[in-house]
Design a protein around this ligand. Sequence first.
Ligand SMILES: [Zn+2]
Length: 259
Amino acid sequence: MTLKNIFDTHCHYDDPAFDADREALLGSLFESGLAGAVHASTDVKSAEFGIENAKKFPNFYTSVGVHPENLESASENDLDRLRSLAAKNKKVVAVGEIGLDYHYDGFDRERQIFWFREQVKLANALGLPVIVHSRDASQDTLDVLKELRPMGILHCFSGSWETAKEALRLGLYIGFTGALTFKNARKAVEVAQNMPADRILFETDCPYMAPEPFRGRRSDSSMIPYVIERAAAIRGMDADELAAMSVENAKRVFGVGED
Ligand SMILES: [Zn+2]
């Protein structure tokens, strides 16, 4: 499987883990033919990073958004800033990563829901898909998505098949990371097995979620073939065929490429 059949739909190359070799790594990934990568923004500064990098690499795209873990320092001016960044830059292809994270008690849930809703509305106004982070918050996430009906992606999906079915009914796509290859990935395996192939996306969520046999190490887009091999084995499908389909799916949801 060559990188031409790989589209990393969710990466964080602004993470300090890449400080030493970011330019060289991205340069070599794109020289090797990586079909595309979408930077998942976590705050305004991260969105600016995405836009700067999109200027350097033709197949590097970005989202704009504030992650639910970064709301403490966020202000409503940030929404205006994200709106104008997106409106001015063609390579902004999504609003994300946004959503709800109830894993830690420290985060204010009402504030999270407010920001999730506002950013979904922003995506709808801009005609862009959303990249959704949802952790231990399936029902509240679905409630917002059902009400506001954005296009988009549930990234690093860890929910149940029941939740996935509801998301698929809403027309949403589902992204799988290296977590699909972990021994305890029972729910993700069930979803990867049963969902339609034309809604499957692959991602690193790098520097995290490196697939087996690299679990625990820094991940990058070149490791995605291991995730696709696993998904193809689960589905009883040819891995190259699934890879090619996933690139088409990514281009469709982000509105990039020839399609
Ligand atoms: Zn992420």
